[in-house]
Design a protein around this ligand. Sequence first.
Ligand code: SAH
Length: 288
Amino acid sequence: MSTQRYTWTGPREALEGLDVLLSEALDPPADATSLLKNDPVEEDQDTGWTLHVYFADAPDFDTLGRMAGALGAPVAETLEDRDWVAHALEGLGIVRAGAFVLYGRHDADKIAEADGIALRVEANRAFGTGHHPTTAGCLEALTGLRALAPSKVLDLGTGSGVLAMAARRLFPQADIVGTDIDADSIAHARENAATNGIDDITFAVADGVMDELRSAGPFAIVLANILAEPLMTLAPAISAVTTQNGRIVLAGLLDRQKAEVISAYTNEGLSLIGTMGSDIWPVLLFRR
Ligand code: SAH
């Protein structure tokens, strides 16, 4: 048996729309899709993405071309390996980071308790399946803080909810708050939490640190995996919602932006107490 793979490249938003269409509106839907950024270092989020769509029983090429609209006809390939769909998902598959093992529904049967603290995170429109080095780096940093007993933890820019859920597992006593500027992400985060049997994280739509968030704090651990610019803008506000001696984990900056981001936070009187993460995507750990 063979599998068809169709590939489109283009701006993220158009590909996301097509991804939803082919995974949800098409009957029968695609067996698997993966949406990837071509160059992880390229800062422009809106160009240079690739969507792969896998079908065991492919719809006809014209239908796909029509559904793709302005993205046009895909590049079609026939993959001979009958397990290709499983392989494609496996490639996306299980991620280990710090104390955690992240998996999607296709790998649910492959996870053993000994693997680590398991979190199921579906690869959907919300960022944060663990495949990005910033997510993995934050999970490692968070694991390093497991000896603390924070009473409140904030995950600012929660995306899929992954870091908030990880904090829930490490700190069963803590109040956990996850916020995102994007309402869809918050919906996905709630779904992911429910899938993991977690019903006690407060998820809310919020841009940066708004008044409600300020009054929910202060937080003994603040995680923020956003981008360098918003991290710098938010330095005073993030610092202000962190407890004395609290920890702040920052990611989403590129290595060449590190110095700027560090000084934005040291200017607030915070001390840099660790750097981790990948060479391209560092993760910074501060203490207030
Ligand atoms: N925490 C997840 C997701 C990181 S992606 C992880 O570590 O994998 C960054 C998220 O931050 C996105 O979901 C984006 O919508 C959100 N974001 C960007 N700017 C923001 C802001 N000013 N306030 C709140 N959330 C923001």
